[in-house]
Design a protein around this ligand. Structure first.
Ligand code: SF4
Ligand code: SF4
Length: 246
């Protein structure tokens, strides 16, 4: 049973006790941009794309609990401009060459660029040279495309019952590391069927041989916007979770 309601951009949004603003919004069919959030994972609040104004104060929607009477502002040009800037930084800090990337058309980072109408980046491109790990027979790790969202870290721990990934270092020296005797993916217990291998919002973690199977024009984001896809995914996964909690 829904407890009470709050508003997002003046639309009433019902919620159940324990839900975040993000969960309640997605279940009500309202899209709040996000990359590190995933309905199956504990929220993390690191990408900051879901920052909304709650009674005038900027807060991440994924970690802020819904409460009766809150007035949330989400879809404004000012907030979307902040999100565009964060996205431009993500592109500038990595190596992203979409036309040749196996994830193109399946990639949430790329789709976010379209959704936020990002045309370029005013920031200098850093062209990092982070180690590529091609040691696993079924999964490729291209660290240059990593945005450090920790979806794979959380999925491995929370859903797969493993601890395959972790972040190490700070600032521009942050890097994704693999927990295996050699530090290589091929020596870890990651399997291609693991959630961790398939939950990456970019092409940093790729199950080999799958991306190019779907021709251009028929890939998920060729026909649907990111908001449409995320709302459908959240409706399916969050509703399923709520049903099983009853
Ligand atoms: S990971 Fe996504 S954004 Fe980066 S190059 Fe590949 S398709 Fe483009
Ligand atoms: S590999 Fe993918 S899921 Fe893991 S931290 Fe990097 S971008 Fe996120």
């Amino acid at each position: 049973m829904n407890d009470q309601a709050f508003t997002i951009d003046d639309h009433p949004v019902p919620f159940r006790r324990g839900e975040s603003i993000m969960e309640a919004a997605l279940l009500a069919g309202i899209y709040i941009p996000h990359l590190c959030f995933h309905p199956l994972l504990e929220p993390h609040g690191s990408c900051r794309l879901c920052t909304v104004e709650v009674n005038g104060k900027p807060l991440p929607a994924c970690t802020t609990p819904a409460a009766a009477g809150l007035e949330v502002t989400n879809d404004t040009e000012a907030l979307n401009q902040q999100r565009r800037t964060l996205l431009q930084l993500l592109f500038a800090e990595g190596n992203h060459c979409c036309p040749s990337c196996e994830k193109s058309g399946h990639c949430e980072l790329q789709a976010m660029g379209y959704w936020l109408k990002m045309l370029d980046s005013p920031f200098p491109y850093l062209f990092p040279r982070r180690a590529l790990d091609a040691s696993h027979p079924a999964v490729l790790l291209d660290r240059d495309r990593c945005i450090f969202c920790e979806r794979c870290v959380r999925a491995s721990r929370e859903l797969d019952g493993k601890e395959v990934f972790a972040l190490a270092g700070r600032g521009l020296n942050t890097r994704l590391i693999v927990n295996s005797p050699s530090g290589r993916l091929g020596d870890s217990d990651l399997e291609a069927s693991d959630h961790a291998a398939r939950i990456c919002p970019t092409g940093a973690l790729l199950v080999r041989g799958e991306g190019f199977r779907t021709p251009i024009g028929k890939r998920p984001f060729d026909g649907k916007s990111l908001s449409e896809t995320c709302l459908q995914r959240a409706a399916a996964l969050l509703k399923e979770g709520k049903e099983s909690e009853r």
